[in-house]
Design a binder for this molecule. Structure first.
Ligand code: DQA
Length: 144
C-alpha cells in the first residue's frame, strides 16, 4: 500500500527557512527518512510538495487512485483552505495532519485548522519526526 506524503507552501525551503522553528533537516532528508520508515512498515511512499493551493488539491485527487492513505502538512493553507478540506473529504483512506511546529504555542491565526475537521489524527510540535510518527499511525489504521 502507498502513502502519499504531501507538503504545502514554503516547505521546499525546509532546513533553510526559520530553522529555529522548523529545524535543520531539509525536505529531501525528511522524505528519505519517510521512505525508510515506510519500508520498515511494509508501505510504499510517494511525495509531493507545492506552493500552489490548486496543485495540492490535484495531488489529493490523484491520491484517490494511487494511495491508500495521506500524510499532509498543508503549511499556511491549513489555516485558510476550504478547497484542501473538500478534496480530503473526497478521499476515502486515513489522513494524518502534521505540523512541524506546535501551532498552538504560536500566533492565534495558526490555532485553527480547516484540515483537522477531516484528519483522523493531528501531530504538532514533534519537529520533522512528526512525519514518521504519522506513518506509524497510518500503518495501524491500515491494519484495522
Ligand atoms: C506549519 C505551521 C503553519 O502555521 C505554517 O504556516 C507552516 C508550517 C508547521 O509545519 O509547523 O508553513 O504547518
Amino acid at each position: 500500500k502507498t502513502v502519499a506524503i504531501l507538503n504545502g507552501p514554503n516547505l521546499n525551503l525546509l532546513g533553510r527557512r526559520q530553522p529555529e522553528i522548523y529545524g535543520a533537516e531539509t525536505l529531501t532528508d525528511v522524505e528519505t527518512r519517510c521512505s525508510d520508515t515506510a519500508a520498515g512498515l511494509g508501505l510504499e511512499t510517494c511525495f509531493f510538495q507545492s506552493n500552489h493551493e490548486g496543485e495540492i488539491v490535484e495531488a489529493i485527487h490523484r491520491a484517490r487512485d494511487e494511495a491508500a492513505a495521506i500524510v499532509i502538512n498543508p503549511a499556511a493553507y491549513t489555516h485558510t483552505s476550504v478547497a484542501i478540506l473538500d478534496a480530503l473529504n473526497a478521499f476515502d483512506g486515513p489522513v494524518v495532519e502534521v505540523h512541524i511546529s506546535n501551532v498552538h504555542k504560536r500566533e492565534d491565526f495558526r490555532h485553527h485548522s480547516y484540515v483537522s475537521a477531516r484528519a483522523d489524527a493531528v501531530i504538532a510540535g514533534c519537529g520533522t519526526q512528526g512525519y514518521t510518527l504519522a506513518l506509524h499511525r497510518i500503518a495501524t489504521l491500515l491494519e484495522d
